[in-house]
Design a protein around this ligand. Structure first.
Ligand code: ATP
Ligand code: MG
Length: 418
């Protein structure tokens, strides 16, 4: 039969990849909870409208990347391509506005039908957080502070830089977009096909183009700084000052725009220093019009999303956590196999050790299997020893054996391995 494989652009996570995935989520969750963010889990399927209304028809996601289908009840459904719109929808659906905690974090798979390549999957995992209903620049500072802490906690700060920009408020941005359009119209013939479309639909995105000719033209484009009104300018200056005060290093990149339509004021990305094309590992910004565009109250928000697989690839060479220790449980005869479960009853709460019950084969085979899976040692259940209330502990590093009382096995393992 033909060998079955994963669908293009998706992958199985196991062993090292899964270890890194879990470690990133654990660190991010821990830091977020420390700053009083609460976890939220939204469904993987949503009404297509949740994304169309928020991301805007001209965004890459809506125009070409959504996994959308009509279900048997004729409802238009989409596999979520990102988390922010879904969390905003949850805020509205559950009237969470009045909650004291307006800070949420989430993680899970996202789906986008993109061209699969290194760092670009069709199903990938994100960890993200959102801070709603706070228009003070300090909430932008807070979310950047958390992202920075996450990067430090993973020991990858030397490989990553923070870039920031402002998109200004709506008024500033509209004037800027008009002038940007005037500028790019002059070079229309030389722009890539995608950017010719962007010129009409979403001119800001030309600044973000990966095409080399587009990039060259963009170098001479007007910059947002020259179009900011006082409110926008003050907001941006305050944010920069706060980051400096906290010694969070950043670079300004006036061509940094977010792919989605709902952003304003702050835009930021943590990017790797490598020349790789997919080098953005965390991206975020402020999205003041988002909740309203979904039919909710006019509340603002700021947040980011991290690409777990892209962060994992930076951890590749760093073994930052020792592998779990394995202890084998072996009986000298099959009749005593069940006794292994009784021993396990006493040990099961030890979280950083795995106990492997060897359930079949000769004693010799069991011991050799225990070695093969790299056990640090083995608890051996023998006929004679059991009668006198003992177990044998065999240390695989030293090869030494000793007797341990059954009722003391927990303390024995704890003092040795915890
Ligand atoms: P890009 O410019 O790389 O397409 P984007 O603007 O579409 O990024 P966001 O929607 O802001 O990305 O998603 C946040 C983060 O999620 C990205 O910075 C990246 O780390 C990760 N990410 C986005 N798309 C993918 C994908 N197809 N595969 C893997 N990770 C992804
Ligand atoms: Mg994209």
């Amino acid at each position: 039969m033909e060998k079955l494989n994963t669908i293009k652009g998706t992958k199985d996570l196991f062993e090292k990849d899964l270890l890194y995935h879990d470690e990133i989520i654990a660190n991010a969750g821990k830091i977020s909870r420390c700053l009083n963010y609460e976890r939220i889990v939204t469904p993987i399927i949503e009404s297509t409208n949740v994304f169309v209304r928020t991301l805007g028809k001209t965004s890459d996601i809506i125009s070409k990347e959504m996994y959308t289908f009509i279900d048997q009840g004729k409802d238009e459904i989409t596999l979520r391509p990102e988390g922010t719109a879904a969390v905003a929808r949850a805020l509205i659906s559950n009237s969470l506005y009045e909650n004291t905690c307006q800070k949420y974090y989430y993680f899970g798979p996202m789906f986008r039908r993109e061209k699969p390549q290194s760092g670009r999957l069709r199903q990938f995992n994100q960890f993200g957080l959102e801070y709603f209903n706070q228009d003070n620049f300090l909430s932008d500072t807070e979310v950047i502070f958390i992202a920075n802490k996450l990067i430090e906690s993973l020991n990858i700060n030397d490989q990553v830089v923070l870039q920031i920009n402002t998109l200004g408020n709506r008024v500033s941005r509209e004037t800027y977009k008009e002038n940007l359009k005037k500028y790019f119209l002059k070079y229309k013939q030389d722009l890539s096909h995608d950017s010719k479309v962007r010129l009409e639909m979403n001119v800001l995105r030309i600044l973000d183009s990966k095409d080399s000719k587009d990039k060259e033209i963009a170098l001479g484009a007007p910059i947002i700084m020259d179009y900011l009104d006082l409110e926008s300018k003050t907001f941006y200056e305050n944010l920069k000052n706060s980051l400096e005060e906290l010694k969070i290093k950043f670079y300004e990149n006036n061509n940094l725009v977010r792919g989605l339509d709902y952003y304003n004021h702050t835009a930021f990305e943590f990017v790797t220093k490598s020349e790789k094309r997919q080098n953005t590992i965390i991206a975020g910004g402020r999205y003041n019009g988002l909740v309203k565009s979904l039919g909710g109250k006019d509340i603002c928000g700021v947040g980011w999303a991290a690409g777990i697989e892209r962060i994992s690839s930076l951890l590749e060479d760093k073994l930052f956590r020792q592998k779990k220790k394995i202890i084998s449980i072996i009986s000298t005869s099959d009749e005593l196999n069940l006794f292994g479960f009784k021993i396990l009853d006493k040990l099961i709460e030890m979280t950083n050790i795995s106990f492997n019950l060897h359930l079949s084969g000769t004693f010799k085979k069991k011991i050799s299997k225990a070695n093969k899976i790299n056990s640090v040692g083995s608890i051996i259940i023998g006929d004679d020893e059991i009668k006198s209330g003992d177990l044998i502990w065999k240390d695989f590093q030293t090869g030494k054996q000793e007797l341990v009382k059954i009722k003391e096995i927990q303390t024995f393992i704890t003092t040795r391995f915890l």
